[in-house]
Design a binder for this molecule. Structure first.
Ligand code: SDX
Length: 431
């Protein structure tokens, strides 16, 4: 990190404290409070970390006001239209766009790691058939910690790289098999002659009884969805992976923790919740009732797929996703899809309503993704596993960056204690 550029002055009573300010290459300055408790005997207080930078990073930059998202400096809309997911994986992992031969080597490595240890098949069979695929993914990815002992010494850069490749490569197989298990169909093994997205679609939708040919437009749309979800700065699940990894824990177990966090409806589970909400709304004429509910402080209902901790403008991923939704539905011959019609009417109505415009609640990445995934044939329960599959590269890239950071130390926040002060134990006969 560069030397501090400015100083913040903090006055507490008669005491004044100088706190260094670090300036970024883009985004807000940060006030360095690492020595604050030692100097002033006070903590800062920021539940939910709305105003707190937990680390420095060079991977992803978000400008919430402008609705800008950069991966290693490249705008997401350019990556979504000109690149493809495995090239974005290389970019996130290594920090630059690969030359042709580097990309070929990387894609070959990922392709040859897509199978999982055959013994792991047993883990799937231990679940009920109606288990949520995210429950299966948490369990099976965590179980990788019991198999791949030759890539868990996190002090060894080569083992870290192998663990990263294994996770990126095997996540589609695990997600596809969780889906197959839930519908009682046999597992379909990965094929090395298919690209990453086509391989995933093939593992999900092919059956032994007949040939399944992947539609190139669908696999392009699938690949674009993977790219749009690849990384997103220090979001809740990435912060979970960083915090779990800060204790030196097993990398596969840390990614399983990230999957668990992503599952929540306020985070990656929003795509499933959003489609279920759109179905509940049913048609555009019911929208006023739901907008009223979303605005009602006494009603816990929120418009799923709307709002974001960082974006106070359109989520740039939502814009690309909206274009993709139109393309996929046209391809699928799904004219006048009532869910898409409801989604577009809801977006239009919300963005005219001052409750949403004043609070800067715009559609986020989860608003349109579910519409595309449903049109592609996925059940809503598979939406978040697809998000987890896509975000694995972001988690491992941030994990790798943290382990390479000389400032890396175990994360251990403090608290504002509001409980009882010291008091003596009372024997039960005296209570
Ligand atoms: C993802 O962090 C990331 O980068 C995440 C992500 C990624 O790629 O990793 O982008 C992926 O998680 C996208 C977000 C998906 N979640 C949803 O779509 C769920 C619905 N959205 C919300 O629950 C909410 O907007 C959050 C969780 C996304 C953000 O919440 P914040 O920043 O904590 O904001 P808040 O809850 O404090 O809300 C601020 C105000 C509140 O009103 P007031 O108390 O100020 O009067 O806005 C209201 C909220 O009630 N509000 C909403 C709303 N979201 C916020 N009101 C109605 N509908 C909503 N969706």
């Amino acid at each position: 990190m560069a030397e501090p550029t400015k100083t913040a002055k903090l006055t507490i009573g008669e005491q004044a404290f100088d706190l260094p300010i670090h300036s970024p290459t883009a985004g807000p300055d940060v006030i360095d409070i690492r020595k604050l408790y030692g100097q002033a005997g006070v903590f800062t207080y920021d539940p939910g970390f709305t105003s707190t930078a937990s680390c420095d990073s060079t991977i992803t930059f978000i400008d919430g006001e402008k609705g800008e998202l950069l991966h290693r400096g490249y705008p997401i809309d350019q990556l979504a239209s000109k690149s493809h997911y495995l090239e974005v994986c290389f970019l996130l992992l290594y920090g630059y766009l690969p030359k042709a031969e580097e990309l070929e080597t990387f894609e070959g490595t990922i392709t040859r790691h897509t199978m999982i240890h055959e013994q792991m098949v047993n883990f799937f069979r231990g679940f009920r058939r109606d288990a949520h695929p995210m429950a299966i993914m948490v369990g099976v990815v965590g179980a990788m910690a019991a198999f791949y002992h030759d890539s868990t010494d996190i002090s060894d850069p080569r083992q870290r790289e192998i663990a990263s490749h294994r996770l990126i490569a095997k996540m589609p197989t695990i997600a596809a098999w969780a889906y197959k298990y839930s519908i009682g169909q046999p597992f379909v093994y990965p094929r090395n002659d298919l690209d990453y997205a086509a391989n995933f679609l093939h593992m999900c939708f092919s059956v032994p009884a007949e040939e399944y040919v992947v539609d190139p437009i669908l696999s392009r749309a699938m690949d674009r969805i993977f790219t749009l979800h690849a990384d997103h700065e220090q979001n809740a699940s990435t912060s979970t992976v960083r915090l779990a990894s800060s204790s030196g824990a097993n990398p596969f177990a840390c990614i399983a923790a990230g999957i668990a966090c992503l599952w929540g409806p306020a985070h990656g589970g929003a795509n499933q919740a959003c489609l279920e909400m759109l179905k509940q709304i049913g048609s555009p004429e019911n929208i006023p009732e739901y907008i009223a509910r979303a605005k009602d402080k006494n009603d816990p209902f929120r418009l799923m797929g709307f709002g974001h901790r960082v974006y106070k403008n359109f989520d740039p991923r939502a814009k690309v996703m909206k274009q993709s939704a139109d393309e996929v539905l046209d391809l699928m011959g799904i004219e006048n899809n009532p869910i898409l019609a409801t989604a577009k009417a809801l977006e239009e109505a919300a963005l005219k309503d001052e409750y949403f415009t004043e609070k800067k609640l715009f559609p986020n990445v989860d608003f349109y993704s579910g519409i595309i995934l449903e049109a592609m044939g996925f059940p809503t329960s598979m939406f978040t596993p697809i998000f987890a599959l896509s975000r694995t590269v972001g988690w491992v890239s941030q994990w790798k960056e943290m382990l390479n950071d000389p400032q890396n130390k175990i994360g251990r926040p403090r608290q504002l204690y509001l409980g009882e002060t010291a008091r003596d134990y009372v024997d039960i006969e005296n209570r």
